[in-house]
Design a protein around this ligand. Structure first.
Ligand code: NAD
Length: 422
């Protein structure tokens, strides 16, 4: 996992270069889109509760703002590196262009295990990060949001610090805020729901929409994994496996895990191991614990990596049995594995489309904050659905016209929209 940032960066840059060449773009133009406009790296001297000083490293990569202000999350994770943040910011540039929203691409992070910090230390660290980024951000410049291990509370701490420095209210400087602090209804569910909207579009184009239930295995049961599973379950699909960082559970090919019951069980127990028992008799024919590696290789119709990057690689690609993979995490499949699986006939709904729901509702939150008028959840979800369906349709049409896979098509759509600004 330690080098995964480098691998993801090289995969993403390779994709832009290949796409640009296929489209006949000049090399100078390709370089312009590959390289970030600015990467800020800052030392964050955190005074711990016991008085010790720990200096952590934080990053913000502002990849491209041709179509609007830089936009992207901030993650707190021990494996965060400069390369990982750069790769994720590049993917954000592509994602906002695929979604056709007036924003560019950015990403930030701190190399820290947030579970090792007290609440007071986490608050201090979030405010330190906002202090360092304040001169380089703002609602029309760069708009951060939550990502892995960050949440509305952390956004609120950062916004408070940012507004104190600027001496004014500016709710649209951050998105992913709690509703009572200027957040949007529907933002919490947006990424997971958006993924299911895209999946349903794909199933309908593949004429699989009448076939219910389809079996689904989901790696990662945080914000994205949970809301994806909830929406997929409510659409009549069968959730046969779920995992988190501590491992997973499967209900075998015949069982169905009810997401709401599993999340309640996880909250009670602290992990989801053993949660296959909920809502039914607990014996091993009902389900069992499995590893994250086993989950990826289950014989399911749809596999949903919704945790971290680079989990499907040359090492396990031959063991993947799913017919459809929905990339809800960013960069979960390496280029080599993508080419292999695409050649094998697997449909991969690419991250830059599948998980765009989060940034789409972040954009809707930004619009609402700027106009000082908030919409109902129904309105927000309806707009999300409209934008996701339109993005899917653009990518699908390009894929059919050029006889290329969905990720290549998504990159073409994005590069066309980006170069139109030059
Ligand atoms: P989260 O922190 O809420 O949840 C992450 C989940 O992954 C947790 O269940 C955690 O236990 C699990 N996990 C962590 N390490 C794991 C490992 N090694 N193996 C298996 N599971 C592991 O994060 P999230 O917001 O759900 O984000 C998940 C992914 O989706 C990330 O790649 C993120 O970049 C991407 N994403 C998130 C959003 C969003 O709006 N939250 C938007 C777009 C993309």
């Amino acid at each position: 996992m330690v080098n995964s940032g480098k691998e993801m960066l090289s995969s993403a840059q390779q994709l832009i270069s290949q796409t640009g060449k296929r489209m006949g773009l000049e090399q100078e133009l390709i370089n312009r889109l590959v390289l970030p406009e600015r990467i800020i790296e800052f030392a964050l001297p955190l005074e711990k509760d016991d008085g010790r000083l720990e200096v952590l490293i934080g990053y913000r990569s502002q990849h491209n703002n041709l179509r609007g202000p830089y936009k992207g999350g901030i993650r707190f994770h021990q494996n965060v590196t400069r390369e990982e943040v750069q790769a994720l910011s590049l993917l954000m540039t592509i994602k906002t262009a695929v979604a056709n929203i007036p924003m560019g691409g950015g990403k930030g992070g701190i190399a820290v295990d947030p579970k090792s910090l007290s609440k007071a230390e986490l608050r201090k660290l979030s405010k330190l990060y906002a202090q360092k980024l304040a001169p380089f951000m703002g609602q029309d410049i760069d708009i951060p949001a939550p990502d892995v291990n960050t949440n509305p509370q952390i956004m609120q701490w950062m916004l408070e610090e940012y507004e104190a420095i600027k001496g004014k209210k500016e709710p649209s400087a951050f998105t992913g805020k709690a509703v009572e602090h200027g957040g949007s209804l529907g933002r919490e569910e947006a990424t997971g729901y958006g993924g299911v909207i895209a999946l349903e579009e794909l199933l309908s184009r593949l004429q699989l929409d009448k076939q219910r239930p389809l079996t689904i295995a989901i790696q990662g049961f945080g914000n994205v994994g949970y809301f994806f599973s909830e929406a997929a379950y409510s659409k009549g699909h069968q959730i046969v496996a779920i995992s988190d960082s501590k491992g997973g559970i499967t209900a075998h090919e015949t069982g169905n895990l009810e997401p709401k019951l599993v999340i309640d069980c996880k909250k009670e127990q602290g992990s989801i191991a053993g949660c296959y028992c909920v809502g039914g008799l607990c014996d091993s024919s009902n389900g069992e614990n499995i590893t994250n590696e086993q989950l990826l290789e289950l014989p399911v119709d749809i596999l949903v990596p919704a945790a971290l990057e680079t989990v499907i690689t040359s090492k396990n690609m031959q063991n993947i049995k799913a017919k459809i993979i929905v990339e809800m995490a960013n960069g979960p499949i390496t280029e080599e594995a993508r080419e292999y699986l695409t050649h094998k006939g697997v449909y991969i709904l690419p991250d830059v489309l599948a998980n765009a729901g989060g940034v789409i509702v972040s954009y809707l939150e930004w619009v609402q904050g700027k106009q000082g008028y908030w919409w109902s959840k129904k309105e927000v979800i309806a707009r999300l659905e409209e934008i996701m369906k339109s993005a899917f349709s653009d990518v699908w049409t390009r894929s059919a016209e050029k006889d290329i896979d969905l990720k290549s098509a998504a990159f073409e759509v994005a590069l066309q929209r980006l170069t139109a600004q030059l």
